[in-house]
Design a protein around this ligand. Structure first.
Ligand SMILES: *Cc1c(COP(=O)(O)O)cnc(C)c1O
Length: 423
């Protein structure tokens, strides 16, 4: 059905909300057309206000590893709701969640909960600076770490989709503390450390990049990063907000067997509620107030609704570690259906069909994609009831709620849509 109600809502939204949306990529600027306003979700499916049903491959941009309205998560939220929404005082639930995170991600010896991935990376960077007494951060082109001032440099994702340069409103002094390097390039990293090694507080990286489309690390890249940071006594921060509990139960660090000093997680740990966390080496995390001098706080941090949802999510994953095999297999079927002329990158249940025949290993190679073809593909899929991320520079996500039938329907729609997009 035509998105008439969505369009009316979008028109109305733009009068009160910048661009009509509360996060830029939702406005579909990368593909054009009317963003669908959502009525409800159920399992792997989304329903828009115009009466259309879609198989959802966004999953709220990653959090919904178990699909929409998973009963265990709903029960947990309802249970918490009956006792109150927020206390601004500690609860036992928070200890349980922190302990469970430590079990899944052993490098996170201590954990602090926050409300968004942005807050987690912002805080982790502050801790890295405070702990090392250095100011410079290294990040990589196309990696997105939330809208943290100093990290909005070549930040992939929504910024890449809009073709914006670095954001206005970020003081030069902030972005001056950031060195941006190409991803998957050991030599560039070595050179930067050679030139500025004693001033570099931290290297922050998406160990599997998701925010310029899915790009895995080259063999040996993360090992080199670990070696170089150690040599120069800079901290290594893995931003696993997307990859945590997604590419493996223990995140990318368990998949590639690298131990970062600090880790940020978010998305999946909230099961759809706003929560994130940062943590790592105990000697570093004890610098955080009130045990140490580095200030970081939050009125709603560790609130019982989000923590309960997160506990239900992690307990489910603990009891059902076989879900990762299921997710991998389902996503591999999607990866396999693309024509030879495309480049497909997949790690676990994160995947991108790149409309380029070049290998995609960094931001420059991602940018060789034909976004016009991607836009055609996106809309052809949408017409066939498949809801993909509305940008070439995003990863799609498969959930445990996606059935064999969902995947088969998606493969069929994709075959037809590739034909349309490429001709
Ligand atoms: C989504 C994301 C963030 C930001 O998280 P928000 O909750 O949107 O603030 C940070 N880092 C990575 C790798 C992400 O994918």
């Amino acid at each position: 059905m035509k998105p008439e109600i969505s369009q009316a809502l979008f028109d109305r939204a733009q009068l009160s909300i910048p661009g009509g949306v509360n996060s830029p990529v939702r406005a579909w600027r990368g593909v054009g057309g009317t963003p669908r306003f959502i009525q409800k979700g159920e399992g792997s499916h989304l329903f828009d206000v115009d009466g259309n049903e879609y198989i959802d491959y966004i999953g709220s941009w990653g959090p919904l590893l178990l699909g929409h309205r998973h009963p265990e998560i709903l029960d947990a939220i309802q249970g918490a709701l009956a006792r109150g929404t927020s206390f601004g005082a500690p609860t036992e639930l928070e200890i349980e969640l922190a302990e469970l995170i430590r079990e899944f991600v052993p490098s996170m010896e201590m954990v602090r909960m926050v409300n968004s991935g942005t807050e987690a990376t912002m805080s982790a960077l502050r801790v890295a600076r405070g702990f090392t007494n250095r100011d410079i951060t290294i990040k990589f082109e196309g990696c997105y770490h939330g809208h943290v001032d100093s990290l909005l440099v070549k930040a992939g994702s929504g910024v890449a989709t809009l073709g914006l340069p670095d954001s206005p409103g970020v003081p030069k002094g902030f972005s001056d503390t950031t060195i941006t390097l190409p991803y998957n390039n050991v030599e560039a990293l070595e050179q930067a450390f050679h030139a500025h090694g004693d001033k570099i507080a931290a290297v922050i990286v998406e160990p599997v990049c998701g925010n310029m489309g899915c790009i895995p690390p080259n063999a040996g890249y993360l090992e080199a990063m670990r070696r170089i940071t150690e040599r120069h006594e800079a901290l290594l921060i893995f931003d696993e907000v997307m990859t945590g509990f997604r590419v493996a139960p223990g995140g990318a660090q368990s998949l590639y067997n690298i131990k970062p000093d600090l880790t940020t997680i978010g998305k999946v740990i909230g099961g759809g509620l706003p929560i994130a966390a940062y943590g790592g080496r105990k000697d570093i995390m004890t610098f955080v107030a009130p045990s140490g001098p580095i200030y970081q706080a939050g009125t709603l941090s560790g609130n019982p609704l989000a923590v309960s949802a997160g506990l239900a999510m992690l307990r489910h994953l603990q009891a059902h570690s076989e879900v990762y095999e299921q997710l991998n297999q389902a996503t591999a079927q999607l990866a396999a259906c693309a024509p030879e002329s495309l480049t497909v990158n997949r790690v676990g249940s994160m995947m991108t069909w790149f409309f380029t025949d070049q290998a995609v290993t960094d931001y420059d190679s991602a940018k060789t994609s034909n976004t016009t073809q991607f836009g055609k593909f996106f809309h052809a899929m949408l017409e066939r009831g498949i809801y993909l991320p509305p940008s070439q520079y995003e990863a799609l996500f498969v959930s445990t709620a996606h059935t064999e039938a969902d995947i088969a329907r998606t493969v069929e729609a994709a075959r037809e849509s590739f034909e349309i997009a490429l001709n």
